[in-house]
Design a protein around this ligand. Structure first.
Ligand code: AHM
Ligand code: MG
Length: 335
């Protein structure tokens, strides 16, 4: 049986869904960068890539060596091909300008180069999350690309995906017509289609949340999680299991595989931080993927993909996964 590689899938998409050739090239380049990141992550202590840099990113978080390496791998892979007008990364203060010596293209690439990086040193799955937007018309302007070009709601994404560096390296991708899963065949050096048409079950008995923050949550989330914990004898009349990997890619990947609800609610610790996760680098791409797989994603009151971003590094509360549970916790916010 012939195997469908990512390249072949993308070419078929060009034929069947008019996926533009430059978008196809962009995805291929991102996938190639993810292979390089997968390789670097897998080396661990052998190549002295574990541990911290001793620096902080724009959000005041300690940068791991692999955060910085992954960011550089993605920038270098994508800057020269002529398919991008600019990039933005969780690890960089401002938008990245395509160097003047290279041609520019129609798209914007936004990424979290290594999500869940607090897990690197303990050998737990991490991943790369990415989102592709079209660059708005600049009316002939040739100067630096400003942050405003990126501030588009998630509904405008033309593609999104993530690579998960776990027992297997996989790439999950949506071009807006379903979700496909590819597994890296290291001998071939190719991502091979292994999970066709991924769907999130509508109902679930599994939830994911960092319970240590419970005392800081708002009332609707307190109520919902208490009901989950009450199990069969509570109002939801079933027992729930809990999982928290603290790597969003790994938690979302589990939900895409067997269902579940993922929450990173707003909490009362810092009013300037409405949630931990970033809209552009984490919430939007994951919400696009989850919706394309038949699930739902809200910030408690609104569909995440409808949020108009106001800044590049904006944070949002996130509830995503199996529809029934996301709708339930969202309804509690509205009561
Ligand atoms: P990061 O982008 O700095 O790695 O942070 C995001 C991660 C998510 O992957 C994960 O869901 C969450 O932070 C875990 O947070 P916590 O440490 O509160 O459990
Ligand atoms: Mg992250």
């Amino acid at each position: 049986m012939s195997r469908i590689t990512l390249s072949r899938y993308l070419i078929e998409q060009t034929r069947s869904h008019n996926t533009p050739a430059d978008l196809r090239f962009l995805i291929e380049v991102v996938a190639r960068a993810c292979k390089a990141i997968s390789h670097a992550v897998s080396k661990g202590a052998l190549d002295d890539v574990l541990g911290s840099m001793g620096t902080e990113n724009v959000q005041g978080e300690v940068q791991k060596k692999l955060d910085v390496m992954s960011n550089e791998i993605l920038l270098e892979a994508n800057e020269w091909g002529g398919h991008l007008a600019g990039m933005a990364s969780e690890e960089m203060d401002q938008a990245y300008q395509i160097p003047g010596r290279y041609p520019k293209g129609a798209y914007l690439l936004v990424f979290d180069p290594l999500d869940g990086s607090s897990n690197i040193d303990v050998n737990v799955s991490v991943g790369t999350i990415f989102s592709v937007l079209r660059c708005p018309d600049r009316n002939g302007a040739t100067g630096d690309l400003g942050e405003e070009a990126f501030l588009q709601p998630g509904t405008k994404q033309v593609a999104a995906g993530y690579a998960i560096y776990g027992p297997q390296t996989m790439l999950l991708l949506t071009l807006g017509n379903g979700v496909k899963g590819f597994t890296l065949d290291r001998e071939l050096g190719s991502f091979v289609l292994t999970h066709d048409d991924i769907k999130v079950p509508e109902t679930t008995q599994e939830f994911a949340v960092n319970m240590s923050n419970q005392r800081h949550w708002e009332a609707p989330v307190q109520r919902y999680v208490n009901e989950l914990l009450a199990g069969e004898s509570g109002p939801l009349e079933k027992n729930y299991n809990m999982r928290w990997i603290a790597s969003m890619v790994a938690d979302v990947h589990r939900i895409l595989t067997r269902g579940g609800v993922f929450m990173y609610p707003r909490d009362g610790r810092d009013p300037a931080m409405p949630g931990k996760l970033r809209l552009m680098y984490e919430a939007n791409p994951m919400s696009f993927i989850i919706e394309q797989a038949g699930g739902a994603a809200t910030n408690g009151t609104q569909r995440i993909l409808d949020i108009q971003p106001t800044s590049l590094h904006q944070r949002v509360p996130v509830f995503l996964g199996s529809k029934e549970e996301v709708e339930r916790v969202t309804a509690y916010h509205q009561e």
